[in-house]
Design a protein around this ligand. Sequence first.
Ligand code: ATP
Ligand code: MG
Length: 237
Amino acid sequence: MIFILKNPSLGINIKQLHFGWNSQTPVLNGCDLAVPEGEFWMLLGDNGCGKSTLLRLIGGILSPDQGTIDINNPLGFVFQNPDHQLVMPTVAADIAFGLVEEKLTLPEVKVRVKEALMAVNLLDLERRPIYALSGGQKQRIAIAGAIARHCKVLLLDEPTALLDPDTQIELVALVQKIVKERGITALWVTHRLEELAYADGYFLLDKGKVIKKGKPQDLFPQLLRETNIKDTMEKWR
Ligand SMILES: Nc1ncnc2c1ncn2[C@@H]1O[C@H](COP(=O)(O)OP(=O)(O)OP(=O)(O)O)[C@@H](O)[C@H]1O
Ligand SMILES: [Mg+2]
């Protein structure tokens, strides 16, 4: 059973979440996770530990077996592969398509589309066919779709996995800026640890639970010992 317990200072509040694709092997096993409103947090963990499953549960694409999910609405979701979510022939049409349920007038839709494209610095691509966009531009259009719907929570599942390093850092910096300017609460799944430099906090998922959370800076001494993150960060900051 799901109980909704509203906590106004949290954009995402997950309590004791249980989920399994079958009853023998739980993916989430009493998972707690809370993101303060207006903050940008990252979700880390090994392949197959359940990060995408957790994001889908938070996004309402899956239903939990037990536990509570309390999030601010509306919600935006950005997938690893933008070709799975951009469905219309052109940039403006795709963003407008996401607004169909809002029953806006045509001028209102046009304002929303322009506002969203300005937020992702792609106003000049309004009429561009989707097939003629780069991978990074497609991800920015997917984010623009969420902004046009005035989303309060943004879930991003490895949005930089298919991008080159330059475009990757541009995207994470852009999302950080958008989150701060608009007071959006964002949860970003990644394996790319250099992206942590842009986050307010991180969660580490393991065996169905968040086993560690904190400020990215707290992780850096350990990461400096174990990875080449120092070189990467010095290159980009
Ligand atoms: N549609 C599905 N049906 C059955 N099992 C699934 C399904 N999707 C995922 N799983 C299983 O659930 C577990 C968690 O998968 P999930 O995709 O959430 O992991 P992840 O942490 O996102 O991994 P990655 O880092 O590789 O993206 C895995 O054991 C996976 O095989
Ligand atoms: Mg995944």
